[in-house]
Design a protein around this ligand. Structure first.
Ligand code: HEC
Length: 114
């Protein structure tokens, strides 16, 4: 029976630790957050906000392409907006991590529109 080799085992741990920064690279993480944010918006926000290209009717809210195009709509503005409840968005309840992902998605949309 081969004996358990602690050196080999710790070597493996070190390898895992060394490859970890690759997984946590900011650009990669951002895109993951953007995709999660898009899912949250699709699930919770599309009942009221028209999609890009759809006509805005009286009982619908503006598309996000218009919302992010307004002057002064930076990360801080959206973070502050998502912190509070807003009339008529009374059914609007997200976890903090979902709000953070939605902000990433909005920032990405704004960047793509520039
Ligand atoms: C019940 C309907 C409803 C839902 C659901 C809804 N919204 Fe809205 N939202 C509105 C309306 C109506 C406005 C426009 C309010 C206004 O102009 O005062 C608005 C405006 C906004 C604005 C821009 C406010 C401004 O001053 O320009 C943002 C950002 C926003 N919504 C984000 C979201 C997000 C993110 C979600 C999903 C988590 C969401 N909304 C879900 C109805 C809704």
């Amino acid at each position: 029976m081969p004996k358990f080799n602690p050196c080999l085992w710790s070597g493996c741990l070190m390898l895992m630790a060394a490859s970890w920064p690759l997984v946590a690279m900011p650009a990669y993480a951002d895109q993951a957050a953007v995709r999660r944010g898009e899912k949250v918006v699709d699930e919770w926000c599309r009942d009221c906000h028209v999609r890009e290209g759809e006509a805005l009717t009286a009982d619908m809210a503006p598309p996000y392409s218009a919302i992010v195009a307004v002057d002064g709509r930076d990360r801080a503005w959206f973070e502050a907006f998502l912190k509070d409840d807003h009339f008529p968005m009374t059914t609007f309840r997200l976890f903090d991590h979902e709000k953070a992902d939605v902000v990433e998605w909005l920032m990405d949309l704004q960047k793509r529109q520039e």
